[in-house]
Ligand binder design. Structure first.
Ligand code: NAD
Length: 483
């Protein structure tokens, strides 16, 4: 791999994301020579750490995520890290940061290339972007910015943030990161759809009854109640991860695999996204909050959560497109906290046509994103000794050795940022459509809140969410496949 010279500045260098994901992923890229001699990383945060302390943290982060580590490599890798105590709201601190970046650029011959990574609370993204612009932190080589989720709180705030970022960065240099797009099974959606005639030929409204996307979490909000109160499941999970997955499932076949062609196909689809009206939202959407059991808090009793909160810890709904290969096919989603298990999966439910063997049976295609990475197709055969239908799964799985080779989503996406490949990042025009959809649902729910009688389904923890989610389907013959 080519060694890419760069100075990378991580805002939020003492945070959870940097520690658990970014440092280990950067180490793996270093081990593959993508970044090697000519790179420096500046970690910034408010704490008064030293360079040495940050290097110790980076070392710990790598040890925590790797079974075997080459200690000499790790020592050299960590020596490229520098710490800058920095309050993102303080103008003076950007002047010091700029000076350090320039010194490191000279020292490591980084050719004026910069990557700015916003790995901290989203409420600071606009502030950082404005200071980068006002204090001229960009340099003479490439200047890329990575923005974590959520990108805005609604369309209006996303537009404002975009403007602040565009003051210093061209659209093609803005990498709006969604780590779901780096996951192995999410990256398998397009090959599955377009390289298997068996599947490609049935990817249409004549054959597909509905598509179901479930992103279930086992944990509650834990210590993040304060943040969650400003977000909720729609903004935290649907606006980004679920919409990204749905877009891959419904987009037309791109002309080729270039970033331009893929984004063109996505945009073509998203132009035909149906924004639901209040009536459709009442019929096909459910919001919910988890209740307590002996061992847990109900959502409203969690720390930093309003006792009268209407923030949803569960959301289910329907997404539909006017055009594309599955135009008009209902795509149902649900996501929530305190489900019976952590699971991300997609079920493609095929229409059944024959009652020849009693009750008609459908074939389903299931893509399990995590925890087990696999695809299976449910096949119907005959029972061996009695009459009736036996259902078995044909599975596409990975061996233990193959699993060990699969990079973490962040490693893949950081690699893409270094080599300037924006295929798996969200373009502004796509994000805009996602927000238009989310805003329509949120507006309807806020109106309902004002009536004093909000319809928020309550659900018991560690099961499958509220029972009301079984009523969102268009026809009585539809139901959730994953129960
Ligand atoms: P975190 O709270 O653990 O870290 C926040 C960082 O910001 C810390 O380094 C903190 O010191 C720093 N900070 C806070 N106020 C500051 C200020 N005024 N000036 C300078 N630094 C300040 O948050 P996190 O979990 O690392 O999340 C960061 C971003 O990554 C968020 O946008 C989140 O949505 C996204 N994200 C996180 C994860 C994850 O696994 N943690 C996964 C996906 C996306």
């Amino acid at each position: 791999m080519k060694n890419i010279p760069v100075v990378m500045i991580i805002f939020g260098g003492s945070g959870d994301l940097a520690h658990r994901k970014l440092y280990p992923a950067l180490f793996n890229l270093y081990e593959q020579n993508l970044i090697h001699d000519n790179f420096a990383v500046i970690g910034t945060a408010r704490r008064p750490w030293s360079h040495e302390y940050l290097r110790g943290q980076v070392s710990d982060a790598v040890h925590e995520t790797h079974d075997k580590v080459n200690e000499n490599d790790l020592k050299d890798f960590a020596s490229h890290f520098y710490y800058q105590s920095h309050d993102v709201t303080n103008v003076e601190h950007y002047v010091t940061l700029k000076k350090l970046a320039q010194e490191l650029d000279d020292h490591y011959s980084a050719q004026g290339n910069r990557i700015f990574y916003m790995a901290m609370s989203p409420r600071f993204f606009g502030t950082i972007a404005t200071h980068i612009n006002d204090q001229h932190l960009t340099s003479t080589g490439f200047n890329r910015v990575v923005v974590e989720k959520p990108f805005g709180h609604d369309l209006k705030s996303a537009e404002k943030l975009n403007k602040q970022i565009n003051a210093s960065f061209k659209e093609e240099d803005v990498f709006r990161i969604d780590h779901y797009l780096g996951k192995e099974m999410v990256q398998n959606i397009l090959p599955l759809r377009f390289t298997n005639p068996l599947i490609k030929n049935i990817w249409n409204p004549k054959s597909i009854k509905n598509i179901q996307v479930t992103l279930a979490e086992r944990l509650g909000v834990e210590a993040r109640g304060g943040y969650y109160e400003t977000s909720g499941a729609m903004r935290d999970m649907v606006q980004n991860h679920i919409f990204q997955i749905v877009t891959l499932l419904a987009m037309p076949e791109p002309k080729d695999l270039s970033s331009t062609s893929i984004h063109k196909a996505k945009q073509e689809l998203l132009d035909s996204l149906i924004i639901p009206d209040d009536d459709e939202i009442k019929k096909h959407f459910v919001r919910g909050q988890y209740l307590g059991s002996d061992s847990t808090f109900a959502y409203k009793q969690e720390p930093n959560v309003d006792k009268n909160s209407t923030t949803e810890t569960f959301a289910a709904g329907e997404i539909k497109f006017k055009k594309g290969p599955v135009a008009g096919v209902p795509i149902y989603f649900r996501t929530g906290k305190e489900f019976k298990e952590k699971k991300s999966r997609i079920d493609i439910v095929l229409k059944h046509r024959s009652n020849l063997y009693g009750q008609a049976h459908s074939n389903n295609i299931t893509i399990e994103i995590e925890p087990n990475m696999q695809i299976f197709i449910t096949i119907n055969g005959k029972k061996i000794t009695e009459t009736g239908i036996r259902r078995e799964n044909l599975a596409y799985t990975f061996s233990k050795e193959e699993k060990a080779l699969i990079p973490d989503g962040y490693e893949r996406l950081l690699h893409d940022i270094f080599v300037n490949d924006s295929t798996n990042f969200t373009h502004w025009s796509e994000l805009k459509r996602y927000w238009q959809f989310i805003d329509a649902v949120e507006d309807d729910w806020r109106k309902e809140d004002k009536t004093g009688n909000p319809q928020i389904a309550q659900y018991l923890p560690y099961r499958m969410g509220p029972k009301e989610a079984s009523n969102i389907f268009e026809t009585p013959t539809e139901h959730w496949i994953y129960e």
